[in-house]
Structures are given as structure tokens and as C-alpha cells.
Design a protein around this ligand. Structure first.
Ligand SMILES: Cc1cc2nc3c(=O)[nH]c(=O)nc-3n(C[C@H](O)[C@H](O)[C@H](O)COP(=O)(O)OP(=O)(O)OC[C@H]3O[C@@H](n4cnc5c(N)ncnc54)[C@H](O)[C@@H]3O)c2cc1C
Length: 503
């Protein structure tokens, strides 16, 4: 690897050196990184792209809002862009890397204070570097009966980073942005905006009422490059009196249709309160087996082979997991309702199983899916589907056939959001194998295009497909984003290319 610095676009080596000296003045020498060996952890992108295309120019790590403001002043002066990360573990979407080469990573992990937890109103206020594990420990140590909702890598990632990507988990609070309340945002010009009720001096209600007065702005600071979020309010779930997690198995892959048509009304009328998940036979197998133990032939693993494996374990082609929360008296009638509905639809209902992600147990077990093939490559393909059986079947066939054309397995775990499913597909591949990487890359592109043609968009996308996805969402959408960008960040110093938004 070259030891020459990766210069931001249009910035000379001399100007860049001056900018680096200025960053050092703001945050201290040790919190500015330019040495190529120390940048390595920030370059591990997991996706099948050349990391040089996304190489950062360096890292600057402020410890306070004032230091963030100081960093942005330097950025404006020297036209050096910064890409903010909270914990930088956006695995399967580009990890910590910027969407374009030559940006400073603004690493916010030193800002890691839990500023407030209100056990009565069930709210928290945290900084970007706080991890779910840290918040979990904080609640435990103080015996505060509140639960967290977290994504798969919960212990090591941040509520702020995840929420700003509009990520999700599996409990009733699984829509993280839906359960966020109030942000503090440092704008490109250094102004500090507190959204919602937070704009009122001495606000009493920042974490309890989202909308404040006038336009509701929080959404424009998610999946965008309009500001640096330095504080985030969260709503937390009161620990329930009890719970029963239920698994429903369906034998036939086509039964994804009846499964979805059964889940939807139960989610919308809140008989099923939580996001839960449907896991197909292949993704279930990743928790127990390696691909090579099952199949060494060419192409995708034959589905029959996988189905016969999971059937031996009492599992199905689709396995739906959700949880009923409350007292025994609340759970019993709901269990009766769901048992009747799922049995009628042809599913086998098994209550009383364990799924830590639905009951406040943090773990890294979801990483087992990377062992399926080994080699550490991952792309998340995450199209949105209406929660209708016909759409789910259509998406399943489309995804499966495109993946198979590229020799890849359909590892699928749609989440049950009510009116939509996030039809999550984990594309794992051996990143050390150039052919496997090439196929994964081509496959992702084909999936994005073909789903787009059928009117399906992704809810979130990897850094190497941000421009393409913005094309699919259309010109007016892009024009509006660009107008906001030009108004809020006229020098284009914040995360150029994020979500396909450029100056
Ligand atoms: C096995 C496995 C399972 C996973 N399961 C899930 C899952 O269940 N749900 C899920 O959502 N994801 C999941 N992921 C994907 C990912 O790892 C998580 O979403 C993770 O929370 C994102 O990383 P982070 O929290 O460190 O965010 P970061 O990487 O810090 O941030 C993500 C992006 O948000 C923006 N950003 C971050 N902080 C700021 C800020 N302060 N101001 C402005 N912009 C900012 C930046 O563009 C940044 O690139 C999974 C990944 C793996 C490997």
C-alpha cells in the first residue's frame, strides 16, 4: 500500500498538510491519524469492492461538540470533507469507509457519554460513541427495569449510528428511528441545532415529544449528509412482566405467502407487538453448519439439500419468530389467537422457544452467518416489500433466481414490520477469492436493478451503490436533497456521496 496520503479531491498536498496541522490543534496530535498502517482498521469494508476506491485521507476524532465545531471550521477553510461515524461498524454496507475516496473520517467514538436515563418516562439521551452494551450495562448496574432493542452486532455498535441508518432490531421497539426522540446536530457552519422541543432554552420535553413546532426536521439528518449528530434521544421499552417467544414453521418455501398474510393483520392490530423475524432454511443453517459440510459442487447449494437438513432439526423452509409480552393473563388469549391463525394457515406453532434478540439479551451470535463460506465478505441486500403474500413470493423468486445465476445462496431473514417487510438477504462470500467477490458485486448490481424495475427499492444501501440507488428514487427526490445540501453545506464538506447526495 502506498504511504502517500490520499488527498481530498481538489486539495493540494501542501494545503492538506496545513489542514492536518489545524485538525491537530483542535483535537490534539494523537487524535489525528494519517499513517497508512493505523488507517487499516478503517479500510476493512467487507463489501466486494476495491477499498482503494473508498480510501480515507485520515481520521480525526473529536471529544466534544466544541471540537466538532472546530474540526468543521478547518474543513470549511481547506475544503476537506469529513465522513462521520459513531462506532463505524456499518458491516455489510461499507463499515467505516466513506462513499468516495479522499475524505477524513470523523470518528466520534470518544464522545461516549450516557447523558441521561429517565426510568419514569423510559427515555435516554446518548452520544454517538455509546454502544448498546454500554447502555445495557448502565441499566443493569443501576437496576433500571428498561430493555433495549439492538441490531445483530449489538454489543459493539451504537444506537446513534444504527438509528441514523434507520436500522432495526426485533422487539416492539425494533424501528429505531421510530423510537428516537430529539437530536443535537452540528451543522456544517458550526451552528448547533437541537431538534423538536430541544430548541427551547431549558427544554423540559426534548426526549418526550418529537415534533416541537414547525417542520419536523429529524428525518433529514438520517441517511444523509446534512449534519453531524452529537446527541440522540431514545425511547426504551419497560421490562415486561413476562414473555413467550413463539416459532411457527412452514414446510414449503411458497408458504412465505400465507405466512405473511397471516402475520400482517396480527401485527397491524398489535396482537403481535414485536418486529420479530422470518428465517429461511438457509439462514437457519448458517447458525449450525458450514456450507462446505453440506455441499461442494458448483453454484448455489441445492434447496432440497438444505430443506432435508433443516427438517431433521424440526425446522422448516420458513421459520417465523415473534414474542408475546405481558402478564400470563395477557399472553394466554393472544397465544390462543396466534395459534389458531397460524395453524389455519398451515404453519406448525411451537411456543416457549428462546430468541435473545427479542428479550434484551445482547450477543454476537448473528456473526455465525459469516462462517457459512468464510473469508469475511458480506453485503446486505435489503429491499422493502409490502406485507402481502403475493409480493413476498414475487421477491423471493426474483432474489433467489438472481442469486443462483451468480452461484450464491439465498440467505433470507425478512423482518415483520407490519405494513412492510424488510426483506433482508445476507450475501456472504469469500472476500479473498477474486471470482467470488466479482460474482457478489455483479449480483448485487443486478438485484438492485431488477428489483427497481419491479417497483421495489432498498431501505438502505452499501457505499458502492449509493449513486445508483439515488437514481432509482428519481430526479425530484435527488433535486430536493441537493437543494437542502446546498443550503446547509455550501462547501460540500459533509460526507459527499452519502445516499447519492452531492453538491
Ligand atoms: C452479522 C450482522 C448482523 C447485523 N444485523 C443488523 C441488524 O439486525 N439490524 C441492523 O440495522 N443492522 C445490522 N447489521 C449491520 C450493521 O453492523 C449495524 O447496522 C450497525 O449498527 C451499524 O454500525 P454502527 O452502529 O457502528 O454505525 P456507524 O458505522 O457508526 O454509522 C453508520 C453510518 O451512519 C452515518 N453516521 C454515523 N454516525 C453519524 C453521526 N453522528 N452524524 C451523522 N451521520 C452519522 C454515517 O454515514 C455512517 O457511515 C448487521 C451486521 C452484521 C455483520
Amino acid at each position: 500500500m502506498s504511504t502517500q496520503p490520499v488527498l481530498p479531491q481538489g486539495v493540494s498536498a501542501a494545503e492538506f498538510a496545513r489542514a492536518i496541522a489545524a485538525f491537530r490543534k483542535v483535537v490534539g496530535d494523537e487524535f489525528v491519524i494519517t499513517a497508512s498502517d493505523r488507517l487499516l482498521p478503517y479500510r476493512k469494508i467487507m463489501i466486494p469492492a476495491d477499498e482503494n476506491e473508498f480510501a480515507p485521507s485520515g481520521v480525526v476524532a473529536p471529544a466534544s461538540v466544541e471540537e466538532v465545531q472546530g474540526v468543521l471550521a478547518v474543513c470549511n477553510q481547506f475544503k476537506v470533507p469529513v465522513w462521520p461515524i459513531s462506532t463505524g461498524r456499518n458491516f455489510g454496507y461499507g463499515s467505516a469507509s466513506p462513499a468516495t475516496r479522499g475524505q477524513m473520517i470523523l470518528d466520534l467514538k470518544r464522545m461516549n457519554r450516557i447523558l441521561e436515563v429517565d426510568p419514569v418516562l423510559c427515555t435516554a439521551l446518548v452520544e454517538p460513541g455509546v454502544t448498546y452494551q454500554q447502555l445495557h450495562d448502565y441499566l443493569r448496574e443501576r437496576d433500571i427495569p428498561l430493555w433495549l432493542d439492538f441490531p445483530g452486532p449489538g454489543p459493539i455498535v451504537s444506537p446513534v449510528g444504527n438509528t441514523l441508518e434507520r436500522g432495526g432490531g426485533n422487539t416492539p421497539y425494533g424501528d429505531h428511528f421510530g423510537n428516537a426522540c430529539g437530536m443535537e446536530v452540528v451543522l456544517a457552519n458550526g451552528q448547533v441545532l437541537r431538534t423538536g422541543m430541544g430548541s427551547i432554552p431549558n427544554s423540559t420535553s426534548w426526549q418526550v415529544f418529537k415534533y416541537g413546532y414547525g417542520p419536523y426536521l429529524d428525518g433529514i439528518f438520517t441517511q444523509s449528509n446534512f449534519g453531524i449528530v452529537t446527541k440522540l434521544g431514545m425511547w426504551l421499552m419497560p421490562k415486561p412482566a413476562g414473555y413467550t417467544t413463539v416459532m411457527v414453521t412452514y414446510d414449503d418455501p411458497e408458504q412465505i405467502g400465507v405466512a405473511v398474510d397471516t402475520i400482517r393483520p396480527l401485527r397491524i392490530d398489535t396482537t403481535i407487538q414485536n418486529v420479530g423475524v422470518m428465517a429461511n432454511e438457509a439462514i437457519v443453517l448458517t447458525g449450525m453448519k458450514r456450507r462446505a459440510d453440506l455441499y461442494q459442487g458448483a453454484g448455489a447449494v441445492p434447496q432440497d439439500l438444505m430443506l432435508s437438513e433443516v427438517r431433521k432439526m424440526g425446522l422448516g423452509a420458513w421459520n417465523v419468530f415473534f414474542t408475546l409480552y405481558g402478564t400470563d393473563k395477557q399472553i394466554a388469549p393472544n397465544l390462543e389467537i396466534v395459534t389458531e391463525a397460524f395453524s389455519k394457515s398451515g404453519g406448525k406453532v411451537i411456543p416457549g422457544i428462546h430468541d435473545g434478540s427479542q428479550v434484551n439479551e445482547l450477543s454476537l451470535s448473528s456473526f455465525s452467518l459469516l462462517n457459512w463460506v468464510g473469508g469475511g465478505g458480506l453485503y446486505w441486500f435489503a429491499p422493502v416489500s409490502p406485507a402481502r403474500g403475493t409480493d413476498a413470493i414475487r421477491q423471493m423468486h426474483l432474489a433467489r433466481s438472481i442469486l443462483a445465476d451468480h452461484g450464491m445462496d439465498y440467505l433470507s431473514a425478512p423482518t415483520l414490520n407490519g405494513r412492510d417487510l424488510h426483506h433482508l438477504v445476507a450475501m456472504v462470500f469469500d472476500r479473498n477469492d477474486p471470482d467470488a467477490s466479482k460474482r457478489a458485486k455483479a449480483c448485487y448490481g443486478k438485484l438492485v436493478t431488477e428489483f427497481g424495475k419491479q417497483g421495489y427499492g432498498l431501505y438502505r444501501v452499501a457505499i458502492d451503490y449509493m449513486d445508483q440507488m439515488a437514481q432509482i428514487y428519481g430526479k425530484t427526490n435527488r433535486d430536493v436533497n441537493r437543494s437542502i445540501k446546498r443550503a446547509l453545506d455550501p462547501n460540500g464538506i459533509l460526507a459527499p456521496g452519502k445516499s447519492g447526495i452531492h453538491l
